[in-house]
Design a protein around this ligand. Structure first.
Ligand SMILES: *Cc1c(COP(=O)(O)O)cnc(C)c1O
Length: 385
């Protein structure tokens, strides 16, 4: 077996590719996935040469993880244009701040991740112009004239709107703009932005990529080496590097990403279908529901619809009773973990959502147990319990 086996060319499915992703050539009497390399510096006699010299620049545990993520984001590539970071926001900032300069125009979604308004403020402090439009209906397309970077988030968090990546890439590239897609919600198994034409696929590995809620991580997968070089230089300058332990845990988790994602997607669809029949539920969104406004575009460009469902309960008190009554679903932020979580998103104050708005993240519990828990909690919340 070679170090880099092109598992995509071999025609293997996602599960097969996931368990092999990023593994080095096997060495007799050595572990199949080498343990984390805890090193601030590496033995370096004489001239500075070879791949590993100082731990802020490179680390063999990152190399294997980058290879693994690259193989999933862009099957058939070897991951050399993928760069891992300490968190999703470190990865987001690395793309935005390494690619734009004063006077440039950046187009952001108006309904994206709740930290984007802070990114906007930072960019404006640096003299970068920012325009925003909603994800739905490809509304950002109307703003790309003269832009340097178009930032997409699809499906958007938490509203779960979807935009047509291919169409927006065509419009942006014609206008001379680069395109980055936040792929956090979909994971590389659910969507491959680089294959849809994007220049960057960026994500928080904290969520469904690693899926155990026990680490923070981010990555940027780039279309080409030149773009990756600037992103890597930004990581060196800012030092937003993942610890070797986090990188190793993330790689270990990738082996089960297909199992986890498939159950999460099945559970999310089952929960959405159950909620669709309930009169106390409004504004139900799940791109996998055929009746969802996002479904048509999502079905064209996604390979799976994600594990997040959002909906609105009558008011804040109702939503709080619902969350308290759930037994299998933790009241917690974040999403994509093996244990289901849900939260009343309005408690953060950052998203433009109603007081009763709930973001629900389906875990890998047995589907019948999870649906029964959700329906029972709705009944309890409705009876005022
Ligand atoms: C969580 C999240 C981020 C930020 O990731 P961190 O790992 O928390 O820094 C970025 N984009 C989206 C869509 C997210 O959900």
């Amino acid at each position: 077996m070679n170090g880099f086996e092109d598992t995509a060319a071999a025609g293997y499915g996602d599960g097969t590719r996931a368990v092999r992703a990023g593994l080095p050539e096997p060495v007799k009497n050595e572990p199949v996935l080498p343990g984390p390399a805890f090193a601030a510096h590496f033995h370096l006699p004489g001239d500075v040469e070879g791949p590993y010299a100082y731990g802020r620049d490179t680390n063999p545990t990152w190399t294997l993880l980058e290879r693994a993520i690259g193989e999933l984001e862009a099957p058939g590539t070897d991951g050399t244009d993928t760069v891992v970071f300490a968190s999703g926001m470190a990865a987001v900032s690395a793309v935005v701040l390494s690619q734009v300069r004063a006077g440039d125009l950046v187009v952001l979604p108006s309904d994206g991740y709740q930290v984007l308004p802070l990114v906007r403020a930072q960019l404006e402090d640096y003299g970068v112009r920012v325009r925003t439009a909603p994800t739905a209906g490809d509304a950002q397309a109307a703003l790309v004239d003269g832009a340097r970077l178009l930032w997409l988030e699809t499906p958007s968090n938490p509203g779960l709107d979807v935009c047509d990546v291919r169409r927006l890439v065509d419009v942006a590239h014609a206008a001379g703009a680069l395109v980055a897609v936040d792929n956090t919600l979909a994971t590389p198994l659910g969507q491959r932005p680089l294959e849809l034409g994007a220049d960057f696929s960026v994500a928080s590995g904290t969520k469904g990529l690693t899926g155990h809620g026990d680490l923070l991580l981010g990555y940027v997968a780039c279309r080409d080496a030149g773009l990756a070089e600037r992103v890597r230089r930004w990581r060196k300058v800012v030092g937003a590097i993942p610890g070797p332990m986090e990188a190793w845990l993330a790689h270990r988790s990738l082996a089960t990403i297909q199992l986890r994602n498939q159950r999460q997607w099945t559970n999310a669809l089952a929960v959405a279908e159950a909620l669709a029949d309930r009169s106390e539920v409004a504004g139900l969104r799940y791109p996998g529901l055929p009746s969802d406004p996002s479904h048509e575009v999502a079905a064209r460009q996604m390979r799976g619809f994600g594990g997040v469902v959002s909906f609105t309960l009558p008011d804040r008190a109702f939503a709080e009773r619902f969350l308290t009554a759930l037994r299998l679903v933790e009241d917690a932020t974040s999403f994509g973990g093996v244990r289901s979580t849900a939260e009343r998103r309005g408690r953060w104050g950052g998203d433009a959502v109603p007081e009763g708005f709930v973001r629900f993240s389906a875990g890998v519990e047995d589907t019948e147990d999870l649906v029964a828990d959700v329906l029972r909690a709705l009944d309890a919340a409705g009876s005022g319990a």
